[in-house]
Design a protein around this ligand. Sequence first.
Ligand code: HXC
Length: 256
Amino acid sequence: DTKHLIISQKEGVGRVQLHRPRVLNALNKELVAELADVLDKMDRDDEVRVALITGGPKCFAAGADIDEMAESSAVEMLLEDQFAQWDRIRRFSKPLIAAVSGPALGGGCELAMVCDMILASEKARFGQPEVNLGVMPGAGGTQRLSRAVGKARAMEMVLTGRSMTAREALNAGLINRVVPVELLEEEAMKLAREVASKPPVAVRLAKRSVLKSFDTTVEEGLDYEQKLFYFLFATEDQREGMKAFQEKRKPRFRGK
Ligand code: HXC
């Protein structure tokens, strides 16, 4: 059981709602640890093919819990190593979708960016305001934001703390889609269900291969991609997918 998360599961989609409404879903250590635990479980659960993280209609997450951090020393921060939990989240091997409405700031923006796709409502805001607190992004903000939106925009956001509207984030390539608030949940579930209907092993390896591209040379990335591609010919779903095409019927993927 979790204290700060609401968890549900249907149609192959594991849904996790951040739930600390009184502090705009501020990400305290306990919440992040719970999230890492839940995703670990979902990663091992064959019934879950895609995970969806949302903060509800009002707020995605207003960042790390400032009250919890305010008095920390460098040595405490280092020894506690809360980023180890973030590393566990980053290693989630199935597709991860964020549904963002309201502020996604600091660690909240970083959490959205750990996800593979981001859907936003018209009320979403993305930003890295850490500089206003005398610190800087620590959970991937400087790295993932610059890769997503380029140096110029990332620098401006990180150095001024200014945030982006959903439209700006869409134009910058940070997010996939903007939808009205009342449709966000539905659209996110639709996307999640669509991905959940695909062959799970192919999906998992494809995710891994796309992520690899941010982390290596084209040469090595191509080599990696080829090996994963070959590997998929060891799956039953490859046989099924191609046979179904030839027989002009819908494939039935089993995740093997
Ligand atoms: C703790 C927070 C919080 C946070 C909001 N609250 N953000 N508490 N940590 N990050 C609390 C407020 O203190 C307030 O509590 C309640 O939530 C409602 O917030 P308000 O400020 O009254 O709401 P509003 O005026 O609507 O402003 C919304 C906001 C603002 C613009 C999002 O709350 C804000 O600027 N929050 C901080 C954003 C931020 O700096 N995030 C970066 C954190 S550092 P009370 O008790 O007064 O009602 C970070 C580092 C990441 O994320 C490193 C990786 C872990």
